[in-house]
Design a protein around this ligand. Structure first.
Ligand code: 5GP
Ligand code: ZN
Length: 109
């Protein structure tokens, strides 16, 4: 998608070290972390909004990747949160899930 910053990261137009990558999914740290762990987990394919997810397989692979990242970052018992902004609450219109961790019981909604 032209102009999309996450598509540019995917295409290596903007250089960014990936925490994880496979043929469908990429993970990299948020540029403005709000906690000691703050990863952005997303499909490589440009999907504009959570409501536009149609592929159950992709959803499952995203879930598996999130689980893997929680374990790799060793935050399974340190407090973590998953956030998806949508419907205009998002800054970047390329579906991504924030994994925010080491938050204990802080950051209550
Ligand atoms: P949203 O509000 O769309 O859910 O979150 C977008 C996130 O992307 C923000 O937390 C912001 O800090 C992050 N972000 C924006 N531009 C870049 C960038 O160029 N690189 C990285 N790694 N993160 C970015
Ligand atoms: Zn994109």
């Amino acid at each position: 998608m032209a102009g999309c910053i996450f598509c540019k990261i995917r295409d290596r137009i903007i250089r960014k070290e990936f925490t994880y990558e496979d043929s469908d999914i990429m993970v990299f740290p948020d540029i403005h972390p709000v906690a000691p762990v703050h990863l952005l987990i997303m499909p490589k394919k440009h999907i504009g909004d959570f409501l536009m997810i149609k592929d159950k397989g992709l959803m499952m692979r995203l879930t598996e990747t999130i689980q893997k990242m929680i374990k790799e970052q060793k935050i399974e018992d340190k407090g973590y949160r998953l956030v998806v902004n949508g419907g205009g609450a998002q800054l970047v219109d390329h579906l991504h899930i924030h994994l925010i961790g080491k938050i204990g019981q802080k950051l209550k909604m």
